[in-house]
Write a protein of this length. Structure first.
Length: 358
């Protein structure tokens, strides 16, 4: 308990330090610094509030415990009632504090860049990629988040062979960080005349979007830029000018090609956003690998080749293989009602992190 108190005190101290920093003139004039400090303070708010609640409850309990031994029967009874009320509240609060003190993923409050590709199953894999994109956009709408398509290659049969999009909002990465991997669908395709169930796949990649407040920059000398004429549908201007942009990050070999924007400038900006997120993730992966930090607290590898989930339409069932969770709510989940699925993943992450801490 003393360790918890010390931790909460240090959090409150840091919270107050940030308040002092935010009113300094040199800080107020630096938008990047203000944003970074404000985000950090917002993350600490819950623990600070809980600390104040704990102090208040402890004071009430201490006072009531001193009155329980008084001779006045009425006073003793009131003190006992206070203890009966405050002690369970304190236990609940301590459990809540324990969760608040679990080390937070520093990227939880980031926006994300997601990519979905049709996999095995040809047209059916592309159609399923479209269904997943719709599921994520519906979920984003329910959370008040904003979705922006960055690059898309529609499939003739429906859906997409590839679609890249960003989702902006509060704690987006916190909810969607487990979505990377192979998603498998089992259903009867519309073109199937004999009613046979087919299995198809789509792969999802979800990465935190790196913004100006992150201490991460790509050396411009490590990037090569090419322009070329866009291919496929997209309007007349697309075939007449070199509006498409391809960027290669030479040290990692990561390549991004953008052609959906209406101008070369727009495509260049989009390609830079995507490549920054991908290079950041690759550098983080290498760093963790070198330090031997592939922790047990992680749910799955986060690799796009890992089979993570099966969507079984005939049985209205979704199974997340990493946490052995099965929900017979496929129809609701495909409409964007992903809360139960995400809650299961978050609870498992909390459990594993608590085990690591203890």
């Amino acid at each position: 308990m003393d360790a918890v108190r010390e931790k909460l005190k240090s959090i409150e101290k840091r919270y107050n330090e940030i308040s002092d920093e935010l009113v300094k003139e040199d800080v107020m004039s630096d938008i990047k610094k203000v944003t970074k400090l404000s985000k950090e303070q917002a993350r600490l708010q819950g623990a600070v509030d809980a600390w104040h609640q704990l102090e208040s409850l402890d004071a009430k309990i201490e006072e009531a415990e001193s009155l329980v031994n008084e001779d006045d029967e009425e006073l003793k009874e009131m003190a006992q009632m206070e203890l009966d009320e405050c002690r369970p509240q304190r236990e609940e609060l301590l459990a809540h504090i324990q969760k608040l003190l679990i080390p937070r993923d520093p990227e939880d409050d980031h926006d994300v860049i997601m990519e979905i590709r049709g996999g095995a199953g040809g047209d059916e894999g592309n159609i399923f990629a479209g269904d997943l994109y719709r599921m994520y956009t519906r979920y984003a709408e329910s959370k008040g988040w904003k979705v922006q398509v960055l690059e898309a290659s529609p499939s003739e049969a429906g859906g997409f062979s590839q679609i890249i999009f960003s989702i902006k909002g509060t704690d987006v990465y916190k909810d969607l960080k487990w979505e990377s991997g192979v998603h498998r669908v089992q259903r009867v395709p519309k073109t199937e005349t004999q009613g046979r169930i087919h299995t198809s796949t789509a792969t999802v990649l979800c990465q935190p979007e790196i913004d100006d407040t992150d201490d991460f920059e790509i050396d411009p000398k490590d990037l090569t830029f090419e322009t070329h004429r866009a291919s496929g549908a997209g309007g007349q201007h697309i075939n007449k000018t070199d509006s498409a942009v391809r960027i290669v990050h030479v040290p990692t070999g990561i390549t991004v090609n953008c052609q959906e924007g209406r101008s070369q400038i727009e495509n260049r900006e989009t390609a830079l956003r995507i490549i920054k997120a991908r290079v950041y993730e690759e550098m983080k992966r290498r760093k963790e690998e070198e330090a031997g930090k592939i922790r047990r607290a992680k749910i799955g590898t986060g690799d796009r080749s890992e089979k993570i989930r099966t969507y079984n339409y005939p049985q209205n069932r979704v199974t997340d293989h990493r946490i052995h969770l099965t929900l017979t709510q496929l129809d609701q989940i495909m409409e964007g009602k992903m809360d139960n699925l995400i809650a299961g993943l978050q609870a498992e992450e909390e459990k594993r992190k608590l085990e690591e801490e203890n």
